[in-house]
Design a binder for this molecule. Sequence first.
Ligand code: GSH
Length: 227
Amino acid sequence: MLWTSRPAPVEFNPHPRKPMTMSNAIRIPNFALSGHSHRVVLFANLAGIDHTLIDVDLAAGEHKKEPFLSLNPFGQVPVIEDGDTVVTDSNAILVYLARKYAPDWLPADAAKEAGIQKFLSFAAGEIAYGPAAARLITVFGAGLDPERTAAVAEIAFTRLENHLNGRDWLVGDRPTIADVAIYSYTAHAPEGNVSLDGYPNIRAHLDRITGLPGFVAMPSTPVGLAA
Ligand SMILES: N[C@@H](CCC(=O)N[C@@H](CS)C(=O)NCC(=O)O)C(=O)O
């Protein structure tokens, strides 16, 4: 089994209030072709957060069985385990990791935080039901309506393109978790037959993210316009 056991505590612990483990790395049960998972992995790398990836075989239904269901009863990746803390949902994980380990990526300023939350909702709304859903059809054979997902993708990318007019980053003057949240499914939209040709601001924004130190790509799938 893949992530049943935590690293065993060592026998001698000079700091008894702080349990020692072989590694303090955050554990990320992960599916490499999931944009939701990639969002978390990308952020951990951009923010320099020590982590260990554990592959979850979605095709074999590992996410619908124990021990995974004890971690996330929703039966979805991504999940993280940070010591005894388990966090589920990609955007919730971004918030948790930024708050705890990389606060520059989630400014406490009320207006900026609200702006970031807006784009987390956008990632879970228009992006999930547009380009992400379109890619589910071509990469995983999902029985969704390609015309509908293409229409939602167009709405999403038109809004994003307009927002990025005159801006380098979605909120404020530096990258935040908002930029990370929308990256993976936007960058891989062509796999779902959604072209980025008409969206120069979006393409420039994606390039800015790819150029950040620590950037890691999600594996490409040669389907749709990416074939
Ligand atoms: N709201 C969740 C959605 C996660 C999600 O849809 N994960 C997909 C992989 S991309 C999954 O695990 N699907 C399996 C299922 O829902 O049964 C998040 O943001 O983490």
